[in-house]
Design a protein around this ligand. Structure first.
Ligand SMILES: [Fe+2]
Ligand SMILES: [Fe+2]
Length: 231
């Protein structure tokens, strides 16, 4: 039983949860994340805009993919060594693969929805900012997340918790900056994959809550690995 309260699948007062997020402390970013967030500010501007969140979502999938992939390799090692496998050892890897899969899918759904809303609102960017720079950032994050998890998995969970804390706060702040979104109805074909929301404001509040869950799950895994409390 997790000490953290997850919100996925629960019927919650999204406005109250937004207020909770905004009142909660932001986890400080490490040096790598600070450089990344600074690069995004330089490329996409300081303002909280949908293109910036699209890039965040493109990148957000990578750590989860790295965890899933690494756990696959660990499974191969576990099942090709001498002696029978103990169930707790396979359970641990099953859980990590499940966490990686469900989280990368969730981030992917955020990505699909945001891009579709950008299309509906006809938000266009230059080719460099829309195509080239996100590819470069994604390429860097791909190798970074894999290398970090390879060298020390706890580092990866800690950095991801900080990344997700930033995402949660940014989404909730963006909603606060757009009071008109409470009256703007939202529709996208990608609600096929994601819990349908009525307004633009609730959609981004729900996405912000997903990021809070991701942060808590990363913190929990870090605590499991290190035996210490995440601060
Ligand atoms: Fe996300
Ligand atoms: Fe996330």
């Amino acid at each position: 039983m997790s000490k953290y309260q997850l919100t996925m699948g629960k019927d919650l007062d999204l406005k109250a949860e937004q207020a909770k997020s905004l009142a909660s402390p932001l986890l400080p970013a490490n040096i790598i994340l600070r450089i990344m967030f600074m690069a995004m500010d330089v490329i996409y501007g300081q303002a909280r805009t949908l293109p910036k969140f699209l890039v965040i979502e493109i990148l957000a999938r990578y750590p989860y993919w790295a965890w899933e992939n690494r756990a696959y390799i660990w499974f191969t090692k576990l099942y090709t060594r001498a002696g029978w496998v103990r169930k707790p050892d396979s359970d641990r890897l099953v859980r990590l693969i499940e966490l990686g899969r469900k989280s990368q899918d969730n981030e992917q759904h955020h990505m699909l929805i945001i891009e579709d809303i950008m299309r509906q609102k006809d938000i266009r960017l230059s080719l460099v900012r829309r195509r080239l720079l996100p590819k470069l950032l994604a390429c860097g994050y791909f190798f970074l997340t894999r290398a970090m998890f390879f060298v020390r998995p706890a580092w990866s969970f800690a950095m991801n918790a900080r990344f997700e804390s930033h995402a949660e706060h940014e989404y909730m702040k963006m909603v606060a900056e757009h009071p008109e979104w409470d009256n703007e109805l939202v529709e996208t074909a990608y609600f096929e994959y994601y819990p349908r929301q009525k307004t633009m404001a609730d959609l981004f509040r729900r996405i912000g809550l997903d990021e809070r869950d991701h942060m808590h799950e990363s913190m929990e895994y870090w605590e499991y690995l290190t035996g210490r409390e995440f601060k």
